[in-house]
Design a protein around this ligand. Structure first.
Ligand code: THU
Length: 130
């Protein structure tokens, strides 16, 4: 497996998912070569749960990354049908990463790559605010 999906797979091991038991890992690759990972982090107040993709992106932002620095994102879950990002994550990925390749993988090594624009067509875009 390629390094970025492998990083997502390893991050999945660190998922905190005692409620759903559904573990997800994500990894973003930055222009400077750094890879930042995330896993889902659940909460007893279920709606406060944070998805793996957003954890990875927010970690990268908190470590200095800015829109334009993100090259690719990989997402790993243990499902036969690959698990694409939820709607909330799609908006966040679009805003910070733009039209990047989104690499979906599962534990059997299946993989499919989408362009972010395919996953969020006609996206709401902050540049339309003014
Ligand atoms: N989850 C993610 O981490 N990423 C997704 O794209 C879909 C859902 C998490 C949230 C929750 O902890 C669990 O998977 C079940 O929804």
């Amino acid at each position: 497996m390629e390094p970025l999906p492998r990083a997502a797979r390893e991050a999945r091991e660190r998922a905190y998912a005692p409620f759903s038991k559904f573990r997800v890992g994500a990894a973003v690759e930055l222009r400077d070569g750094r890879v930042v990972t995330g896993c889902n982090v659940e909460n007893a107040s279920y709606g406060l749960t944070m998805c793996a993709e957003r954890v990875a992106i927010f970690k990268a932002i908190s470590e200095g990354a800015r829109p334009g620095d993100f090259l690719r994102i990989a997402v790993c879950a243990d499902t036969d049908r690959l698990t694409p990002p939820c709607g909330a994550c799609r908006q966040i990925i679009w805003e910070f990463c733009g039209d990047v390749p989104v690499i979906l993988v599962n534990m059997r090594g299946d993989s499919k790559t989408y362009a972010m624009r395919e996953l969020l067509p006609e996206a709401f875009d902050a540049t339309n605010l003014d």
